[in-house]
Design a protein around this ligand. Structure first.
Ligand code: SAM
Length: 332
């Protein structure tokens, strides 16, 4: 059994991102306690979990208990898979119902009694305790360093446009499509979504109506070492003409939200409807579309009218004058 801690700002989206990756890996979510997930999956899931955007860390779940006393009792019975020296570290989640203040010291003593040495700075093994409805202890295997995503935020790219999604959300959109080999972004802008997909080894296809965006997106992709791409100058409402005979496994996109500069003179809602139809037509059966729309556009109704099946939707308030929904659709 593995554990995984999701990020707290859009927990349903984060959980569904994990679910999508486990569907590819052949595992499933076996339980949830606030931001702590129990995963019924083994090592074969690691390459898929390593793709995640909205995750904090994952590891091996060692013990689970209803009280501090029970946890300590159980901890004595198991063989701790410790490499080198260790440290115990506690995560007290917002729903924590137990007094865990002294737990790191007590659990540390139990593990120490099995012959392992403690090292508080830079330990070789980090034992993680999570307190929620229940208490869990495990061994951290992978920490998702925020610096990794921060380093790809818009202002660090050679071609800079302030309209980009945070790389974590771009990554999550890609993963929610369950893309294995390729992905299309028909409103690619500076290429933020394509960068996250390209770093996963997917072939990336992009379209933008502005020549400077096509050039800029290419510059950004190359800067991050991505070479397997096909970018086109064109209109997202004419995808079938741009890609004759091509059907895509997945589409992820963040269309313009309505300032005249990014809409290129079109009426917003009409652009969204036409683009949705075009995306439906170039998607393979069973393929998924992950897309963001401002909250005053009913993406769910429009998507379903075209024939998409809604798989998930997640609300995000961006700032005072912008709130949006992320939608995931499947072509059935
Ligand atoms: C919000 S930006 C995309 C941001 C992008 N996801 C990123 O992370 O950099 C939307 C882009 O859509 C482009 N656009 C607007 N109308 C379009 C159309 N009809 N077809 C294709 N691209 C269009 C704009 O030029 C703009 O670059």
């Amino acid at each position: 059994m593995l554990y995984l801690e999701i990020l707290g700002n859009l927990p349903e989206m984060a959980r569904d991102e994990v679910k999508a990756m486990l569907e590819l890996a052949g595992g499933k979510i076996a339980g949830q306690d606030y931001l702590f997930l129990k995963l019924d999956a083994g090592e074969e899931a690691f390459p898929y979990l390593n793709r995640l955007g909205l995750a904090h860390e994952y590891g091996k779940l060692v013990v689970e208990a209803d009280s501090v006393e029970e946890l300590l009792e159980k901890a004595k019975e198991v063989e701790w898979p410790i490499r080198g020296k260790f440290k115990v570290d506690t995560e007290t989640m917002a729903n924590c119902r137990h007094d865990v203040l002294d737990l790191p010291r007590k659990l540390g003593a139990v593990i120490h009694a099995q012959g392992f040495k403690v090292k508080l700075s830079k330990p070789d093994t980090l034992v993680r305790v999570y307190c929620g409805e229940k208490i869990y202890a495990g061994i951290r295997l992978r920490f998702f360093d925020p610096k990794d995503f921060e380093s790809r935020k818009a202002h660090h790219r050679p071609f800079f446009r302030p309209i980009s999604l945070h790389p974590r959300f771009s990554r999550a959109l890609v993963n929610l499509t369950k893309a294995r080999t390729e992905i299309l972004d028909p409103f690619m802008g500076a290429g933020g979504i394509l960068m996250e997909a390209g770093l996963l080894g997917l072939k990336v296809y992009g379209v933008d109506i502005k020549p400077e965006m096509v050039e800029g997106a290419e510059m950004n992709l190359r800067h991050y070492g991505i070479r397997n791409y096909e970018l086109k100058l064109g209109d997202a409402t004419r995808l079938e003409e741009l890609f004759p005979d091509k059907r895509f496994e997945a589409i992820a996109t963040d269309p313009p939200y309505g300032t005249s500069a990014t809409l290129a003179g079109r009426k917003r809602d009409e652009l969204y409807r036409k683009a949705l139809e075009g995306m439906y037509n170039v998607l393979k059966e069973g393929g998924r579309l992950a897309i963001a729309f401002p909250a005053d556009f009913d993406g769910e109704a429009e998507g379903e009218r075209i024939g998409f099946r809604l798989v998930g939707k997640y609300y995000q308030r961006v700032h005072k004058s912008l709130d949006r929904w992320f939608y995931v659709f499947e072509k059935v």
